[in-house]
Write a protein that binds this ligand. Sequence first.
Ligand code: AMP
Length: 200
Amino acid sequence: MLNLVLFGPPGAGKGTQAILLAKTFNLVHLSTGDLLRHEIAAKTELGRIAGELIDKGELVPDEIVISMIESRLKKPRCTIGFIFDGFPRTVAQAKALDKLLTKHHSKVSVMLCLSVEKAELVDRLLKRGLTSGRCDDLEAATIEHRIDIYNEKTAPIINYYESQGKYFPIHGMGTIEEIAENLSQTIKKISAKPTTVIHK
Ligand code: AMP
């Protein structure tokens, strides 16, 4: 299976690129942010808890997002793989994802990390806030807080995947098409790599 983790700070373009990659490579797109916003819109208890944290720019507890992913992976479906967008966001989530995929006789193929300068991230998110109606994109202070949380709790995941040889940094500045092309080329190269055959 081809399981991609699309990684990067808030505003890096994960959502936009995940939709394009899912189409190009025929993958199931799983975004924990979208799943949580769905719970909020449906006014569930989980949505109420998540909504308060999201509006403040905080992370939702690991158990909640892990069990959301677990239930999506359990759904029987015909796919060649998944693209994880906004998940994992902590090292504990990354470890849990490995365990879940192992249960399904699968693994993370690659982690693609979009890098974008901080000023550009803030600018993109403030612009998105004008049209998206997302409370967490409206105020510069909340955006700054989300970027701080990313640096503190999420960025350490890079080491986790790097130590497994799965970390691929991708330049995340430029047009949507240029970045999509960079991502696609990297994925094609990785998936074309021959598997190592050990001759005894
Ligand atoms: P996103 O749409 O990925 O930007 O996520 C929006 C917000 O949902 C984040 O700022 C977090 O508050 C929450 N969220 C989404 N995914 C996760 C996750 N994997 N772990 C914790 N919180 C998450």
